[in-house]
Design a protein around this ligand. Sequence first.
Ligand code: PGA
Length: 247
Amino acid sequence: MRRKLAAGNWKMNGLAADLSEIEALAAAHPAPRSEVLVCPPATLIAQMAWKARGSAVMVGGQDCHARPSGAHTGDIAAAMLKDAGASHVILGHSERRADHGETDALVRAKAGAADAAGLVAVICVGETEAERDAGETLGVIGAQLRGSVPDGATAASTVIAYEPVWAIGTGRTPTPAQIAEVHDFLRAELGARFADAEDFRLLYGGSVKPSNAAEIFATSNVDGALVGGASLKAADFGAIIAALDAA
Ligand code: PGA
């Protein structure tokens, strides 16, 4: 059985005062059936990890550099995230692919760096609206998956998040049938490369909220969610965790 995972992505949101949301979340969900992960901006990782110590809430980064150290002003190495208290790192989010020109090859290199530092990589893939309209969804996602996931990946080191770009922050979500088509495809594609493909967690991300979580979590091969806006408030993220626990 795959353990479900509810992952929050705070993106470029959050100041120290917002850590009260993590204390509230940890208090409201002392023993969730699902794994719970929150990825704040790098500035809050150490403080969040301290606030979450002893609780079920794990803390992750939103990106790391592909190199272990060196002259890369402003960047953060995977070992630094680990040192600050992170257990996971999101890699290849569509906002990084778009804002910073990250390629599949770079995401793959970052995933290797994350693994070397002992971080679980949450590797994101997803099509744009134009690609979906052109009937290219599975082709695009297959290429991203092949290019971004290292050959050495295992279900223990790697989580895959399907995030259609057009669903992120828009309030729009694919139908359950559209999500199932992609998640079943991801499972099959992983099966062609990895012996433990059945054990990889496949997250859906893009406008997940308390009101649509149960329907999404009932969908084939959906093992959890990567949640942006609705992860910022303990009440909303907590309701999503509860829906995942009940699924
Ligand atoms: P959203 O973001 O939940 O705000 O749509 C999801 C994500 O980008 O991970």
